[in-house]
Design a protein around this ligand. Structure first.
Ligand code: ZN
Length: 456
């Protein structure tokens, strides 16, 4: 190559590099306006986007792939309050982003872009979904997605127990967090997991199974597989924290999986740490991106997350009653161990092994039993509200196995600092579903008010 060519070529490369840095599209705002015959969805952008739009059915979804687009998305995207849109999810796709809108019906759509300022407009066409039967129970929002998380169970055979898989974190060559007085996370969580299993085994209609019964190392990816092999209805991974830099930090936390990213710095930090433990042992976690992409379009995953969140809210409520919590609200983080497409899952951090009081509590037999009982109560409470068909609990709470599931709603007491949209998001339901279930027209709620959280 001659020199001038090289210079031109180098110039081109740097120009392209500059362009590719500058060219990232950003979504700055999202709004939806519903009319009787259509919903207009408007994405405000810094430049006209390159996009692809398509629909998926069962359940009905609208998918928008935005190329070269930042994954920093405005929160308004996830708080759309529209009768035609039940839920919105997003994930990185290549160097862009994929937005998935769960629709209340199979609305056809038209999409076009506008300039100055740049906008992407999608019109969802068709009258909005109406309640299927006017005689149906009216305390459940009509537009919520229908698919249950539990696989369809064949109605034959005797009623079965609800199986809760309990996953004591770490083990074997991986001690987990190391705490005061030589306490190791792997030992503490195994002990409490065994007590939790005993709690479930004592509860009629439930059975506990453990992913490890001894001091053995099991890769993260294998743990949900063990649960699946046992036909688990629920998966709970047990951990303890350590924060040696500040031994005053204390308390437990309850985490559900999030595909949107972590809800707080703590959740982000934890996910990084708990995931890294396994990575450092050279376990192949596969293509995480591809994995997320695959499950993103999987309704059962979405439903599993919703169930996880609702059960998690019950568990954290019970845990608050028996001990100190570091985080008083359910958090969401992207934990590898929870990334199971079909089993609702929670990760529980029992406390900080770097804190003397927490160590005393977590190693004391009576306290361990109290903690295990609280976790069991939270999970059982969730299932009592929403028993899977063909289970003993379903029979006990619903009568006959063929009776249609009564609409289940959980009760939640409004706490200081709560907003209606935060409560909806924590429970994985839309703001409009929450409003509808409680016959609220606006957003105002008061501390102590009891809200019905529709299950689906
Ligand atoms: Zn851990």
């Amino acid at each position: 190559m001659n020199r001038s060519f090289v210079r031109v070529f180098a110039g081109l490369v740097s120009l392209l590099l500059t362009l590719s840095v500058v060219a990232k599209t950003e979504v700055s705002g999202v709004r939806a306006v519903a009319k009787a015959d259509s919903t207009r969805l408007v994405l405000e952008l810094n430049q006209t986007p390159t996009f692809r739009k398509f629909h998926l059915t069962s359940p009905n979804r609208l998918v928008l792939d935005l190329q070269d687009t930042s994954t920093q998305l405005p929160s308004s995207l996830f708080n759309l309050d529209d009768p035609r849109i039940n839920n919105v999810r997003a994930a990185r796709r290549g160097n862009g982003v994929r937005l998935v809108f769960d629709l209340a019906d199979d609305f056809p759509s038209k999409a076009f872009t506008l300039e100055g300022p740049a906008r992407l407009v999608v019109d969802l066409l068709g009258a909005q979904a109406v309640t299927a039967q006017p005689t149906a129970n009216t305390d459940v929002a009509p537009a919520a997605p229908a698919a249950p998380a539990a696989p369809v169970v064949t109605p034959s055979g005797p009623p079965r127990d609800i199986i809760v898989a309990i996953d004591p974190g770490h083990g074997g060559k991986d001690p987990g967090a190391l705490g005061r007085g030589g306490v190791r996370e792997k030992d503490v969580v195994l002990k409490i997991s065994q007590r939790l299993k005993a709690e479930f085994d004592r509860t009629p209609g439930f059975k506990g199974v453990l992913t490890r019964t001894g001091d053995t190392f099991i890769p993260l990816g294998k743990r949900p597989q063990i649960a699946r092999d046992q036909n688990a209805d629920f998966f709970v991974s047990m951990h303890a924290d350590s924060f040696p830099k500040d031994s005053r930090v204390y308390g437990g936390g309850v985490y559900a999986l999030s595909l949107r990213g972590a809800t707080s710095e703590t959740a982000r930090w934890l996910a990084k740490r708990e995931n890294a433990v396994d990575l450092s042992h050279g376990v192949d976690l596969g293509d995480v991106e591809a994995d997320i992409r695959r499950v993103l379009l999987n309704m059962s995953m979405d439903s599993a997350i919703r169930i996880s969140k609702q059960a998690g809210t019950q568990v954290i409520g019970e845990m608050k009653g028996v001990g100190r919590m570091h985080r008083r609200q359910l958090e969401q983080a992207n934990f590898v161990v929870l990334r199971s497409p079909d089993i609702p899952s929670l990760l529980i951090e029992l406390g900080f092994l770097s804190n003397d009081q927490d160590v005393a509590r977590l190693t004391n037999t009576a306290e361990q039993k109290k903690i295990a009982a609280a976790i069991r109560r939270g999970i059982v409470r969730y299932f009592e509200n929403a028993p899977p068909p063909n289970t003993q609990l379903y029979l006990d709470t619903r009568g006959t196995p063929t009776a249609p599931a009564a609409p289940a709603a959980l009760e939640y007491k409004v706490q200081r600092g709560d907003t209606l949209s935060a409560i909806a998001s924590r429970n994985g339901i839309s703001l409009s579903a929450l409003r509808q279930a409680n016959q609220l027209s606006g957003d105002s709620i008061r501390v102590g008010q009891k809200l019905l959280i529709p299950r689906s």
